[in-house]
Ligand binder design. Structure first.
Ligand code: SF4
Length: 136
């Protein structure tokens, strides 16, 4: 479908927004009321999309986004599938604020950690991090 509409043959890097939910509710967040929405993808849907993109468009890497990806309960399974089953490089775009010590590293014993947990923007801009205005 992408190929037919745009003529694009290869998409090396995919940004996959797993969910809208977040452990923050920053006033500047462009998601606005969507922060309250349900998850955007089930694990099966995410796995299916990643498989399709690798097989059809040669995708080599995925950046997992939110919301906050670390509040996505099945994040370790998505990371494991992307790395072990598909051989993708995985980056996680996070605000860097752990929900709990248990959620700091999205690992499975076999898959290991993501290749790169990256601070997300605008969530972690130096000008705002540490003093984020938050809706509650
Ligand atoms: S941390 Fe990021 S995703 Fe979460 S509410 Fe703030 S700006 Fe939005």
């Amino acid at each position: 479908m992408i190929r037919e509409v745009t003529g694009i043959e290869t998409i090396r890097m995919l940004y996959l927004q797993l969910l809208y939910r977040c452990n923050f509710a920053c006033l500047h967040c462009f998601h606005g009321e969507r922060l309250q929405h349900a998850d955007a993808f089930t694990v099966g849907e995410a796995a299916g999309l990643l498989t399709l993109m690798r097989d059809e468009y040669g995708t080599e890497a995925v950046t997992l986004l939110g919301g906050e990806p670390f509040v996505y309960r099945e994040l370790p399974e998505v990371v494991r599938y992307a790395k072990e089953e598909l051989g993708l490089r995985v980056e996680i775009c996070t605000n860097g604020y752990p929900r709990s010590k248990a959620s700091v590293r999205p690992t499975t014993p076999s898959a290991g950690p993501a290749d790169s947990p990256a601070p997300s923007t605008p969530c972690a801009r130096p000008a705002t991090s540490g003093s984020l205005p938050v809706r509650r």
